[in-house]
Design a binder for this molecule. Sequence first.
Ligand SMILES: [Fe+2]
Length: 512
Amino acid sequence: MKTHNERLLIVDDEDSIRDVLTDFLTMEGYSVVSASNGIDAQKILETESFHCILLDLKMPGMSGLELLEIINTLAPESVAIMMTGFGTVETAIKAMKSGAYDYILKPFKVQEVINLIERGLKEKRLEQDNIQLREAVELYDLSEELSSSLEMNVIYDLLIDTTRAQIDADGVALWIRGEDDNEEVCERRWMRGTLEASHARQMLAIDVGKIQKRFIGDESLIIHGDDARELIQDEDAQTLSSLFLVPLKNSDKALGFLVAFAFDENEKFLEGKRKMLTVLAGRASAAIENAALYSNLKTTFKQTIQAFANLLEDKDPYTHGHSHRVKKYAVMIAVGMGMSDEEVELISDTALMHDIGKLGIRYEDLNKAEPLTEGEYEMFKSHTTRGKWILQPIPFLHGLIPGVYHHHERWDGRGYPVGLKGTDIPLAGRILAVADTYDAMTSHRAYRRALPHDVAISEITAYSGTQFDPEIVKVFLREIKMDAKAQKAKAQRWQTMVNETANEESKLPFGK
Ligand SMILES: [Fe+2]
């Protein structure tokens, strides 16, 4: 006898048909259960699952078509085959349109039924293999995307989007444990647009403590009905039908969890997706931990740059605040040019570090009222090369080198250290040249007092196209004008507020 490991349900009001089919199909190796009417079949389907269901079209009480509706809800994965007599073929075709796999005409030869079942199950297996393959490919693509992302926000969005697409949830929320307080915070929440405020309330009211207690190991779990509603601290929770809980953890450390909500009794989450979400959560957890490490590294990087900038300015009272002001102007230009956040950040860091090479130079020799000798000037000029030399051994500061090394190049090629010309000069160098010169002119130096803003602006304009990139000068002039306007408006607002407060106070009976 063959063994199929596949379960069949036969629903027919005729005893003889049920008996014959049960005997033959059991001999074929199937595990067979039978019911004599739709109501009994429904009860069986509520607790058991079947690969294939053979059902009679004409039955007293509940018709085959009505039972088919129930099968579509309770056992959508099963292959449903309708058994029908002559004269009802049209109805049988209607049944196929409603989701039945095929129909067979009575009276039939048992072998025909066996062939049909085998064909149906084979197609179903193929379909499921395809689904699994598609899921595996999707999961692979997603893993690639997750592991290539070091941005926490991108990872969170990917997790939410994938979960809602994979399990067709009404709502998904991502809870992440904070580094310091070890408390979960809801980082992302998505809800189907058609849902009501009461659903949003339920999503907000999950009992984090109770959910955590449910997790054992790394497995995700699906909870239905009252069991699920138990985890929501909201009296509206009556409408919740099931919860999908996915723990996020790494080497024993809990990172948080993902929770998906189904509010419709007909849209309960299916067991088949559990494995997939567990794997997804594993990948996401690794990505979250990587992103956290990267973020720490980035903080260290920022602190290092800040420390260098402070060290530099400590050495020279005349350039106090210079790096920070150059950063402000450089960022102004970068934003004005429409650069991406990352590019702006790089320009900002480079600006803070642009004169780092001066750390190797004796300031006493350079900060003097008299003009520099030729030797002193050469030493001063070497700060660009020294800057590159200081950054070179530190790989995570390499991105800053182009701006640091080339910020004294000139548009006409007569600058240093290389003498690059036009757009051959790295963009960061061209931006810094304008920002650096404007700040140098408008702040005090050992050998002269600060120049007024207007004079500095006309100097920059005069050297546009010779010393400076004309496009960058254009952006700088526009942005600094806008900034001045914004500053003026802010000052005016303050003044108005101060005046109003003074007026109000003067109205008080005893003055201030
Ligand atoms: Fe410089």
